[in-house]
Design a protein around this ligand. Structure first.
Ligand code: M6R
Length: 597
C-alpha cells in the first residue's frame, strides 16, 4: 500500500531510488515519483503508471545528487495521474514529502491553509502535509515536521526533505517504516526488501516516532521531541529470496516454493514426535480462540476452526478483522485472540489486535514477516518462515498458515498432557514431499486453464475443511484473472447458486475421499444434469468417470488436505491470468499489504 524509499549518503541517489522502488512496486503501482536535492534545489520527476514509466522519463538523466526520496503509489484520494503522484511540494517548492496512509482531517487542514495563502495543486490528502510543514518551517525540518504531525489525524509512513538541509525526516503512525543503517549512509524504507541489497541492519519505527537521518547519523524521538533509543535488528533474508530466479512471475515462483516453505515452517518444531513451540503463556488454559484476519489469511482461519474444534474441542470464532474492530467484541477470561497475517502490517488486523488487547484478551500472531508491526504488537506468536511473499496473491503464506495452526493445535493437546495422534505428526513430516509431487501435473493444469480461460464465471465448491479451500480458490481466480468466482459449501449450492448453471459453466469441486464423498456425488450429478462442466480436485481415483477434468493430489489426512488441495487451484488461477495476458504479480486495483482501512 504505497512504497517509500529514501536515502542520504554519498552514492548517486537516482539509480538507487529507482531500484529500491522496483522492489517495493508490489506495494502499489499506479504512479511513481522521486525528488533529489541538487545544487540546493529540489529536482522532482513524477509519472502516472508503473515505475517503468518513471524510469523511461528523459529528465531522469539530468538529475543527480546523493540525498532523495521516492514513492510508488496505491491511490486512496485522487485519481492515479501525474499531479496526484508523490512527492508533493510546498508552495515555494522547497519542501517535499512522500506519504503512505490516509490523513483523515485533510479537508479541514486544507481549508485553513488555503486561507493562509497556500496553493494546492493535487486532489490528494497527502499534499496537506507539505504545506503544513512549510507553515511551521523556520530552518529546522525535524521541528517543523513534528509540529505538523501533531495537527494530523490519520495514518502515515512519511519521508520529508528540504532544499535547505542535508537530512531526511521520517515518521510513522499506522503505516510501516524502517530505517536502514549503512556504512556512512542511511535509508528509510517501507519494508526491508527495498534496502536489503545495501544493508541488513534495520530499526523498526513504532507509531508516533520521528526519525531524522543524515548520511552519518540518525536520531529518533516521539512527536513531542523526546529522544528514544531503539534496537538495531539484523534482517535474516537474503537478496536472492526476493528475486524471480528464472520464474516468469513471483506468484509462480512462490507456488513452486511451497514444499520448501512448508519445510521451513516445520523446521525445529517437530522433534521425536513432539511439537516444539516457544509461546510465553500457558496455552493449555485457553477456553476459546478467536481468529482475526483478512482475505486469504481469513480463509486459513476458517480452516483453523475446523482443525482446532476437531482436535482440541475448543470453541473457535473467526472474524474479519475489519468487522471485529468495530463490533465491540465480547472477550471473556480464557479467550485467546489470534491474528493471522502474512505481512503483519494489515491495518484492519492490527487495529483488531489492539481492540482485543484493550479488552484484556491474550493475543497471539501467526505472521510471516519477521519484525512486522503485528508481530511486535501481540503477546506471543509464531513466525511462518515461508520467506518473502512478493506476488500480490498470497500462496505460500496460506499453506504455511494452515500448517502453523495445525502445529499449534497439536501443541495444545500435548501441553494438556493428552495423547497426540502420532500418525498425524508423521504425515506432517511427509507433507512437503507430497506437495512436491503435485507439480508433476503442471502441464495438465495449464491445459485445463487454457480450456477455461474464456469462461465468464466460476463456482468453487467444497465441504467441511475444504469449504474454505473453495473460498480461497475463488478469491485467487478473481483477484488475478478478473473472472467472477464464488466459493460455496458444496451442499449449499442447491439453495441458490445452482441457478447460475448453464451449458459449460465451470464448477470446481474440492473433494476428499471421506464419508461425505457420496453426498458430493449427488451434487455433482445435479450440476452435470444442467450442463455444467465438472472439474474435480481430489485424491480419489474413483471419481474419474464423473469428472470432465480431474486433478489428482496425494491422499493425506483430512487436517492436511487443504494444503495439498489448494495448490492446483493456485496454479489454475495463475495460468488463467497469464494466458489472459494479466500480470498476476500486480493485479489491477490491488496492493500487497493493505495498510489503510
Ligand atoms: O498480509 P495479510 O495476510 O494480513 O493480508 C490479508 C489480505 O490482504 C491478503 O490475504 C489478500 O486477500 C491477498 N491479496 C489474497 O491473495
Amino acid at each position: 500500500m504505497c512504497g517509500i524509499i529514501a536515502y542520504a549518503g554519498d552514492r548517486e541517489v537516482v539509480p538507487l531510488l529507482i531500484k529500491g522502488l522496483k522492489t517495493l512496486e508490489y506495494r502499489g503501482y499506479d504512479s511513481a515519483g522521486l525528488v533529489v536535492k541538487q545544487n540546493n534545489q529540489l529536482g522532482i520527476i513524477k509519472r502516472a503508471g508503473r515505475i517503468s514509466e518513471l524510469e523511461k522519463s528523459p529528465e531522469l538523466g539530468s538529475l543527480n545528487g546523493s540525498i532523495g526520496i521516492a514513492h510508488t503509489r496505491w491511490a486512496t484520494h485522487g485519481v492515479p495521474n501525474e499531479t496526484n503522484a508523490h512527492p508533493h511540494l510546498d508552495c515555494k517548492k522547497e519542501i517535499a514529502i512522500v506519504h503512505n496512509g490516509i490523513i483523515e482531517n485533510y479537508a479541514g487542514l486544507r481549508e485553513i491553509l488555503k486561507k493562509k495563502g497556500h496553493n494546492f495543486i493535487s486532489n490528494t490528502d497527502s499534499e496537506v502535509i507539505a504545506h503544513l510543514i512549510e507553515d511551521f518551517y523556520h530552518g529546522d525540518l525535524t521541528e517543523a515536521t513534528i509540529n505538523a504531525l501533531r495537527c494530523i489525524d490519520g495514518t502515515f509512513g512519511l519521508a520529508v526533505m528540504s532544499k535547505n538541509e542535508d537530512k531526511i525526516v521520517a515518521a510513522r503512525r499506522g503505516s510501516p517504516l524502517i530505517l536502514g543503517v549503512g556504512d556512512h549512509e542511511m535509508f528509510v524504507c517501507s519494508d526491508a526488501a527495498g534496502i536489503l541489497e545495501h544493508t541488513k541492519k534495520v530499526i523498526y519505527l513504532d507509531d508516533n516516532e520521528v526519525a531524522t537521518i543524515t548520511k552519518e547519523n540518525y536520531s529518533i524521538s516521539d512527536i513531542y521531541g523526546n529522544g528514544i533509543d531503539k534496537k538495531v535488528h539484523e534482517i535474516k533474508w537474503s537478496i536472492d529470496q526476493i528475486e524471480k530466479k528464472g520464474f516468469k512471475h513471483f506468484m509462480l515462483k512462490e507456488i513452486f516454493e511451497q514444499p520448501d516453505a512448508l519445510e521451513n515452517t516445520l523446521r525445529g518444531r517437530i522433534k521425536d514426535k513432539n511439537i516444539k513451540l516457544s509461546l510465553n503463556f500457558d496455552i493449555k488454559s485457553i477456553k476459546r480462540i478467536i481468529f482475526i484476519a483478512c482475505g486469504t489469511s481469513w480463509h486459513s482461519a476458517l480452516i483453523g476452526k475446523y482443525i482446532i474444534e476437531k482436535i482440541n474441542r475448543i470453541p473457535v470464532d473467526v472474524d474479519y478483522a475489519s468487522e471485529f474492530r468495530y463490533k465491540n467484541p465480547i472477550i471473556k477470561e480464557g479467550d485467546l485472540v489470534i491474528a493471522i497475517s502474512q505481512s503483519g502490517e494489515t491495518a484492519d488486523t492490527l487495529a483488531a489486535i489492539k481492540e482485543a488487547k484493550a479488552k484484556k484478551a491474550k493475543t497471539m500472531g501467526i505472521i510471516n514477516v519477521v519484525g512486522s508491526t503485528i508481530s511486535r504488537e501481540v503477546d506471543s506468536g509464531i513466525y511462518l518462515h515461508s520467506g518473502p511473499e512478493i506476488g500480490v496473491a498470497s500462496t505460500k503464506a496460506f499453506t504455511g498458515q494452515v500448517l502453523a495452526i495445525l502445529l499449534i493445535s497439536l501443541y495444545i493437546e500435548q501441553e494438556k498432557g493428552n495423547k497426540i495422534e502420532y500418525s498425524l505428526v508423521e504425515e506432517i513430516t511427509r507433507l512437503p514431499e507430497k506437495a512436491r509431487t503435485i507439480f508433476n501435473d503442471t502441464e495438465k493444469i495449464k491445459n485445463i486453464a487454457n480450456d477455461l480461460r474464456e469462461s465468464k464465471a466460476f463456482l468453487f465448491l467444497g465441504r467441511g475443511i475444504n469449504f474454505p479451500v473453495a473460498l480461497e480458490g475463488a478469491l485467487k481466480l478473481k483477484e488475478i484473472s478478473y473472472i467472477h468466482a464464488e466459493g460455496y459449501p458444496t451442499a449449499e449450492m442447491k439453495h441458490g447458486p445452482i441457478a447460475l448453471i448453464e451449458k459449460d459453466f465451470p464448477v470446481i469441486f474440492v473433494l476428499n475421499k471421506d464419508n461425505l464423498t457420496k453426498k458430493c456425488l449427488s451434487n455433482i450429478e445435479e450440476i452435470k444434469s444442467r450442463g455444467g462442466k465438472i472439474i474435480i480436485v481430489t485424491s480419489d481415483k474413483e471419481l474419474k468417470e464423473i469428472a470432465d477434468k480431474i486433478i489428482y493430489v496425494p491422499a493425506t489426512k483430512e487436517e492436511l488436505s487443504p494444503i495439498l488441495n489448494v495448490i492446483p487451484l493456485q496454479l489454475l488461477s495463475y495460468y488463467i491470468a497469464d494466458l489472459k495476458g494479466i500480470d498476476p504479480d500486480k493485479p489491477r486495483n490491488l496492493a500487497k499489504s493493505v495498510t489503510v482501512e
